[in-house]
Ligand binder design. Structure first.
Ligand code: UDX
Length: 444
C-alpha cells in the first residue's frame, strides 16, 4: 500500500519504518531539510532500539523514502498520516497549529480520494477540525474531491516502540463510516495476524481513548507515589504494599512502581490536555488535576530528602545516575532528574552526572555550566561527590560496587528515586540508604 507520513519525529519515524518493514511503500515528509538529509543517509536522529536497522534496511530496499516535497507525498499516499507535534499551549491545551497546517497542505495538493489519519495525540474534536481545514482549502481551489478522516492514536512506549508497533496490544481506529474502517483494517492486517486487535469505534471515542489510557496509567503512578509519602510517615514499606496489592489481578503489578515522578513527552502533556478538555466543556476533572499536582510534588521528594539530610547544601556535590525520564531512551523531556538538578543548583550544590544515552540531550538543555560535570562512567560520577542520587533505573545501575561507593562518597549516603536496592545489602557496606516510601536504612 502507498502510505505518506507527515512528521519525522518519534511517532512518524517509527510508524514509517514499521509500515515499510511490512512491505508498504512509505514516504515520510518533514519541513526540516537537514533532518531529511540525515534520514536519507540512514541516520536516526534519536536513540530508540531497533529503529536504526529498520531505517537502513528499508531505505536501501527503496520502500522508505524521505522528502521535504509535500506535494509528491500527497500524490503518493492513499493513506496520509499526520504525525507532527502537538506541543502544549501556555494554558496546557494541545496546540493544533502544525496538524492543521498539514491538513491545509493536503487540501491544497490532493487530486483523488485520500484517507487522512491523525496519528498525533490530539484532543477530542480535532479530526473534525482536520476535516474542515482540508475542505476549506479544497473549496478555495473550487475542488470537490472525496476524502475520509480517521483518528488512529499511537500507543508506542519509548524504548520499546518497534516492538509495540509490530505486536500491538490494540490498534484503535476512529471512523465515521464502515468502508474507512475496512480500509484501516487492511492497512494494519500485517500486525494483526494472531488475533484481532483492531478496535474500530467512532472518532470522538478514539480520540478520548488515547487520553484515557495515558491518564489512567499516570493515575496509577501518582496514587502509588502519594501512598509512598504516607508510608514514609507511618513507617510502612511501600515495596511490601506494592507486592501486596499487585497480587490482586484486578490491580495487577504493572505501573504501580513508586518513584521520583513520571516524566516524558506523553503523560505530563496528556494529563494537562485532558484537564483542559474538561474545562472547555465546563466539567472539572478533579481526579486528573490531582494526578498532575501529586506528580509535581513527587518530583521534589528526592530533593527534600537530600536537603533534610544535609541541611545546608551549598558547596556540596551530588552524583546523579540517570538523566533520561526512563531507561532505554535519550529523552529528558520532563525528566525528574532535571527537577533535581535545578533544585540542587538553586540550593548551591554542584552535580556530577552519568547516563548511558542522555548526556547529549542534557548538554543541549543546559550546556556546560561550572556546577554540572558530565562523567563517562557511573564510578567517575561519584568521584569527589558527597552523595549519590539515582533517578533512572538503567540496568547498568542495578548492581553497583557498594564497597567502592562507601569509599568514594564523602557522606556515605545514597538517595534512590527508583528503589533499586535491598536496604539490608546497602547498609552492610556502611552506607546510609534513603529511598521512596521505605524507612531510612542506616548501617549498624
Ligand atoms: C507512555 C505510554 O506508556 C504509551 O502507551 C504512550 O503511547 C506514550 O506515553 P512513555 O512516555 O514512553 O509511554 O513511557 P512509560 O513507560 O509509560 O513511562 C512514563 C513515565 O512513568 C516514566 O517517567 C516512568 O519512569 C514512570 N513510571 C512508569 C513510574 O514512575 N512508575 C511505573 O510504575 C511506571
Amino acid at each position: 500500500m502507498n502510505i505518506s507520513i507527515f512528521g519525522s519525529g518519534y511517532v512518524g519515524l517509527v510508524t514509517a519504518a514499521c509500515f515499510a518493514e511490512a512491505g508498504n511503500e512509505v514516504i515520510c515528509v518533514d519541513i526540516d531539510e537537514a533532518r531529511i538529509q540525515k534520514l536519507t543517509e540512514g541516520h536516526c536522529p534519536f536513540y530508540e532500539p531497533g529503529v536504526d536497522d529498520l531505517l537502513k534496511r528499508n531505505v536501501e530496499a527503496g520502500r522508505l523514502r524521505f522528502t521535504t516535497d509535500a506535494k509528491a507525498a500527497i500524490d503518493h499516499g492513499l493513506f496520509i498520516m499526520i504525525a507532527v507535534g502537538t506541543p502544549p499551549d501556555e494554558d496546557g491545551s494541545a496546540d493544533l497549529r502544525h496538524v492543521l497546517t498539514v491538513a491545509r497542505t493536503i487540501g491544497e495538493h490532493m487530486k483523488e480520494y485520500k484517507v487522512v489519519i491523525t496519528k498525533s495525540t490530539v484532543p477530542v474534536g480535532s479530526a473534525e477540525h482536520v476535516r474542515r481545514a482540508v475542505n476549506e482549502t479544497l473549496s478555495s481551489r473550487s475542488e470537490n474531491i472525496e476524502f475520509d478522516v480517521v483518528s488512529n492514536p499511537e500507543f508506542l512506549k519509548e524504548g520499546s516502540a518497534v516492538e509495540d508497533f509490530m505486536k500491538p496490544d490494540r490498534t484503535i481506529v476512529g471512523v465515521d463510516n464502515p468502508r474507512t474502517g475496512e480500509l484501516m483494517r487492511a492497512l494494519y492486517a500485517p500486525f494483526n495476524r494472531s488475533r484481532d486487535r483492531v478496535i474500530v469505534m467512532d472518532i470522538a471515542s478514539s480520540e478520548l481513548t488515547k487520553y484515557a489510557a495515558n491518564a489512567m496509567l499516570a493515575t496509577k503512578i501518582s496514587f502509588m507515589n502519594e501512598l509512598s509519602n504516607l508510608a514514609d510517615r507511618v513507617g510502612a514499606d511501600i515495596e511490601a504494599v506494592r507486592k501486596g496489592i499487585g497480587s490482586d489481578p484486578r490491580i495487577g503489578y504493572k505501573f504501580i512502581y513508586p518513584g521520583a515522578g513520571y516524566g516524558g513527552s506523553c503523560f505530563p502533556k496528556d494529563v494537562s490536555a485532558l484537564s483542559k478538555t474538561g474545562e472547555q466543556v465546563g466539567y472539572n476533572m478533579e481526579l486528573v488535576d490531582a494526578v498532575n499536582a501529586v506528580n509535581h510534588r513527587q518530583k521534589q521528594v528526592l530533593f527534600d530528602k537530600i536537603k533534610a539530610y544535609f541541611g545546608d547544601l551549598s558547596g556540596k556535590t551530588i552524583a546523579i545516575w540517570g538523566l533520561a525520564f526512563k531507561p532505554n531512551t535519550d529523552d529528558v523531556r520532563e525528566a525528574p532528574a532535571r527537577d533535581l538538578m535545578e533544585a540542587l543548583w538553586g540550593a548551591g550544590a554542584a552535580v556530577r552526572v552519568h547516563d548511558p544515552e542522555a548526556m547529549d540531550t542534557i548538554r543541549a538543555c543546559y550546556g556546560e555550566p561550572e556546577n554540572l560535570t558530565y562523567c563517562n562512567s557511573p564510578a567517575e560520577a561519584t568521584q569527589g561527590a558527597d552523595a549519590l542520587a539515582i533517578l533512572t533505573e538503567w540496568k547498568l545501575y542495578h548492581s553497583p560496587n557498594f564497597e567502592q561507593l562507601a569509599e568514594t562518597l564523602t557522606a556515605k549516603v545514597i538517595f534512590d528515586g527508583r528503589n533499586l536496592f535491598d536496604p539490608a545489602v546497602v547498609t552492610r557496606f556502611g552506607l546510609e540508604y534513603h529511598s521512596i516510601g521505605r524507612p531510612v536504612a542506616k548501617p549498624d
